[in-house]
Design a protein around this ligand. Structure first.
Ligand SMILES: *[C@@H]1O[C@H](CO)[C@@H](O)[C@H](O)[C@H]1NC(C)=O
Length: 305
């Protein structure tokens, strides 16, 4: 009897420990936040949702999208890019709404030959109009390890950051200059790994080396501190937030509480502006705002300030 009492106590302890582990791993689980959308088995959720990998071979690439649609947010993802000879491959990670007059906020990583630098390509579309490319080299090897790529999107500005360092800001200049700003159309996150050797390698200069396939990019630690829009209600509008916030409380997407909604009005402080200038001075390799040849009628209005 004594022994049985002991063993039932012990199995209860095991139950409690297992329960705690389940809750902890659930808190950062890509199963909650994304769904694989294409690639016929080439995209994989691994380690109980801790890791996602996309792969590309000659027959197909692969991709995923977020389950939620967001209208403003601070969204972080850690990505480790295709290593070795990745020339011709493009890893796209972006926010986009639907339709002809869609909004879009893009990160695209253009692969390169082993040892040659990746290009980080960025763009912003508002109401269907893009043509706002800025490209950068990175100050580290993005294939050696995971790095955090973030989009802060609030009603005043869009800030692209890499490991917490801002690299680009697109301000809301709608009222001052009449430049459309993404602010009404909810966007989803999309990511894909695909072959673009017809343009990504400086106009198709280098072709994808299929003997190196499959190419793989990895994702982890997704975090969306964002306003989630679902069936017309927005988790950030106070009165209707209850159901959305409770359904997302077990995932890494969460609706803002007064404690964590600072991102909704966040702006760059002096130190961040200096760091962004450092990146732009040393690592920016293309800026549409200085490409006068491309805009014979004059540079876009947001470039004049
Ligand atoms: C690849 O490396 C070459 C040589 O360093 C560089 O000019 C180019 O910008 C790099 N990126 C791509 C995508 O071609």
């Amino acid at each position: 009897m004594g022994l049985m009492a002991y063993s039932s106590t012990r199995s209860c302890l095991v139950c409690v420990i297992v329960g705690v582990l389940v809750i902890v791993s659930y808190a950062n689980n890509l199963y909650n936040d994304v769904e694989i959308t294409w690639g016929d088995g080439r995209a994989k959720l691994l380690n109980n949702g801790e890791l996602l990998t996309l792969s590309l071979d000659k027959a197909s690439g692969s991709g995923f999208q977020s389950k939620n649609e967001y209208l403003f947010g601070k969204i972080d993802m850690q990505i480790k890019l295709v290593a070795g000879n990745s020339a011709g491959t493009v890893t796209a990670y972006y926010l986009s709404s639907q339709g002809a007059t869609h909004d879009e906020i893009d990160f695209e990583f253009l692969g390169n030959l082993s040892g040659d630098p990746y290009i980080l390509h960025t763009n912003v579309f508002s109401q269907g109009k893009g043509n706002r490319e800025q490209q950068f080299y990175l100050w580290f090897d993005p294939t050696a390890d995971f790095h955090t790529y973030s989009i802060l999107w609030n009603p005043q500005r869009i800030i692209f950051s890499v490991d917490g360092t801002p690299i680009r800001e697109f301000k809301n200049l709608e009222s001052s200059l009449g430049v459309a700003f993404p602010k009404n159309q909810p966007m989803r996150i999309y990511s894909s790994l695909w072959n673009a050797d017809d343009w990504a390698t400086r106009g198709g200069l280098v072709k994808t080396d299929w003997s190196r396939a499959p190419f793989t990019a990895s994702y982890r630690n997704f975090n969306a501190n964002a306003c989630v829009v679902s069936s017309g209600s927005n988790s950030c509008s106070t009165s209707t937030s209850t159901s959305t916030s409770s359904s997302s409380s077990s995932s890494s997407s969460s609706s803002p509480t007064s404690a964590n909604k600072a991102w909704l009005t966040q702006e760059l402080d002096t130190t961040s502006i200096e760091r962004m200038r450092w990146v732009q001075r040393n690592y920016m390799i293309y800026n549409y705002c200085t490409d006068a040849k491309r805009f014979p009628q004059g540079l876009p209005p947001e470039c004049t300030i």
